[in-house]
Design a binder for this molecule. Sequence first.
Ligand SMILES: Cc1cc2nc3c(=O)[nH]c(=O)nc-3n(C[C@H](O)[C@H](O)[C@H](O)COP(=O)(O)O)c2cc1C
Length: 197
Amino acid sequence: MTSVPFQNPYDFFSSCFDQAKAAGLPQHDSMVLITATKDARPSGRMVLLKGVVFNQDFRFFTNYESRKAGELIENPRAQLLFYWPHLGRQIRVEGAIEKLSAEDSGAYWNSRGRGSQIGAVASEQSHPLDSYEAMETRVAELTRSFEGQPIPRPERWGGFALKAEYFEFWEDRVNRLHERFTYQREAGKWKIGRLWP
Ligand SMILES: Cc1cc2nc3c(=O)[nH]c(=O)nc-3n(C[C@H](O)[C@H](O)[C@H](O)COP(=O)(O)O)c2cc1C
């Protein structure tokens, strides 16, 4: 087998992620989430990584009525893409998508500040908005109506988990002779390989 820094891709990912965090890179926890419709029309956007469960999944939160969620529900597969330029490191993670339980979504909801909670209640993410003022008015109304009370999580807001089946680690090297490692989940084990750059 080819020599690799880690036998398990979650350990490899954690090591890179921790380095990005320690280096103080801005938005080190942001990633591109790539989805596609059933008829294979792709779309990508940034989201924040909000948790990694070892050998299990990668978690993020959003509006379940957004464009991304619609695509994830009709075609439950996605790719996550990380890039930390200062580390010369790119990582792809691919897999199947599942909605998080109401319990897990609720636990994260309760950890968010009130401002973000009101924003999430107000937002019809990805749907047409008449004016910025219309949004400000809705936020002001919600802020008044929830004064002094907890803000319940709307059913249309919650998390997704990407169950990783494939990882690809890319490391910048001189003369574009970059190093690439792949990890493919096969029969409960990680099969490790290399790719030409
Ligand atoms: C750095 C960064 C982080 C973001 N994090 C999130 C996030 O965690 N969840 C989310 O729903 N949108 C997040 N957004 C906004 C999304 O990129 C996107 O505009 C929004 O989710 C609507 O996407 P959609 O219409 O494809 O569903 C983030 C944007 C940026 C630039």
